[in-house]
Ligand binder design. Structure first.
Ligand code: ADP
Length: 448
């Protein structure tokens, strides 16, 4: 429902002021904010000026209406005295349309009317028909001021607007300089970070180069160690074998008889030379394994046969009655793809160690198939190995302090691990000092 509030005639120049002034009053009366009052008054005077010059004037009607969303709006219709050219109207300044919510040409009862509207804020309250009647009466009573009054009012509004613009500009300048300051800070930080990053990058690159160099050196050192071990052991083997042979000759009954003391000394020479030969042979094996000169001879290995053989050969070693050697029967089908000789060598070595380091209880060999893997474990109830030495015993020549009296070279475990690796598996150790150790060989059933 449209509630008309006020009619005005726009005919002469002075009426522009009148329309402006009355426009502001109506806007105030219906509850528009101060800024909005100035906005709608300004838009109205601009449109009024253009219509006066373009179509000789208009009839102006202020009314209350509702927009599409049902909200109250103040609506001003300017019905031109002569038809608008092309029935169109476009304000000269695009800014005018932005002062109000809508500004467009509409058809009212066959006439073309320029209509503008501005939303009335909700807090202005409901403007009922009675309230509209009251407003109409109030506005009709109010005597229109002179053009000079309106000019003064307009001037005051202009000054206020200018002041606001100036303070906004000052604020903007402050913000701008703050922004520039922040920008400079960010750039400085960015540059510093970039520099630090580059510095770090250079460091990392240098470190990598050093690492590469070190690993090349290590590889070279390891190769020359293997070569040295192989050469020395090879060279030692012939004279040691000769010593053993000569000692045997000396002790032979066909040679000149020896005194008791001489026979004892020759015996010592023979057994020392035998130990030396054992060491030399082990060194040679290890050097060979390390230099990759051992090629596994792959075949289908029957674990039952291997276990049976070990049971037979090692029984002789288990000389203590307090220690039982148990070689369990592997579950069928007990085959895997491997090198029988190398595998037997590894297991013999582990069983031998178990027997050496166990005073009472048992040493047990067991095989278990888990999926595509065979787990072969040697468990003993011997002295055990302290946790911190569990990896060290796989280093060459390392022997746990206090265990050396049982003999050995410290080369058996590193060699065993090498062989297991060659066979595509792993050799690990779990142990509890005083309770025993378990060495576990895990091998792929299908070979490496
Ligand atoms: P070796 O037995 O000839 O000394 P190994 O390399 O076979 O050399 O073993 C290294 C060391 O690991 C041994 O000297 C011993 O201290 C320890 N060790 C190996 N097997 C066992 C075991 N079953 N129980 C306790 N200690 C062991």
């Amino acid at each position: 429902m449209t509630e008309p509030l006020l009619h005005l005639a726009l005919r002469v120049e002075q009426d522009i002021f009148l329309v402006r002034q009355r426009g502001r009053e109506v806007a105030a009366a219906v509850g528009l904010e101060h800024q909005d009052q100035v906005r709608i008054a300004t838009a109205l005077s601009e449109v009024a000026r253009e219509l006066l010059h373009g179509v000789d004037g208009a009839d102006v009607t202020f009314a209350l209406d509702r927009d599409a969303a049902g909200r109250q709006v103040l609506q001003v219709d300017l019905a031109p005295l002569r038809p608008l050219p092309g029935e169109r109207y476009e304000p000269q300044s695009g800014a005018v349309a932005r002062l109000v919510d809508t500004l467009r040409v509409v058809a009212v009862e066959g006439d073309t009317v320029v209509r503008m509207s501005r939303r009335v804020p909700d807090h202005a309250g409901e403007l009922t028909a009675e309230r509209a009647a009251e407003l109409r009466a109030e506005l009709a009573e109010r005597a229109p001021g002179s053009a000079l009054d309106e000019l003064a009012a307009q001037n005051a509004q202009l000054i206020a607007a200018l002041d606001e613009v100036r303070s906004q500009r000052d604020e903007l300048a402050v913000l701008n300089s703050e922004l520039q300051e922040t920008n400079r800070g960010v750039m400085a930080l960015y540059n510093q970070l970039t520099e630090e990053l580059e510095e770090t990058n250079r460091g990392v690159v240098a470190l990598y180069a050093e690492l590469d160099e070190k690993s090349a050196q290590l590889r070279a050192a390891s190769e020359s160690k293997s070569r040295f071990l192989a050469n020395v052991s090879h060279e030692l083997r012939a004279p040691v074998t000769a010593i053993i042979g000569l000692a045997r000759l000396l002790a032979d009954s066909a040679s000149d008889p020896l005194t008791g003391e001489q026979a004892r000394q020759v015996g010592l020479i023979r057994s020392s030379a035998g130990d030396l030969l054992g060491l030399v042979n082990e060194l040679l094996d290890l050097a060979k394994a390390e230099s990759g000169r051992i090629e596994p001879d792959w075949s289908d290995v029957d674990l039952r046969a291997v276990f049976g053989q070990l049971r037979g050969t090692l029984r002789a070693l288990a000389s203590r009655p307090e220690v039982e050697l148990v070689v369990e029967e592997p579950p069928a089908p007990a085959t895997l793809r491997s090198d029988e000789v190398l595998l037997a060598q590894v297991l013999r070595n582990l069983l031998h160690n178990g027997l050496k380091f166990t005073e009472r209880g048992e040493v047990r060999l067991r095989a278990e198939r888990r999926g595509e893997q065979w787990t072969l474990s040697v468990t003993d109830t011997g002295v055990g190995i302290p946790p911190e030495l569990r990896e060290r015993v796989f280093e060459e020549f390392y022997q746990v302090p206090g265990t050396t009296r049982v003999g050995g070279t410290g080369l058996g475990l590193p060699y065993a691990r090498r062989l297991v690796t060659l066979l595509g598996g792993t050799l690990e150790l779990t142990s509890e000092p005083g309770r025993g150790s378990t060495f576990t060989v895990v091998l792929p059933a299908g070979g490496a």
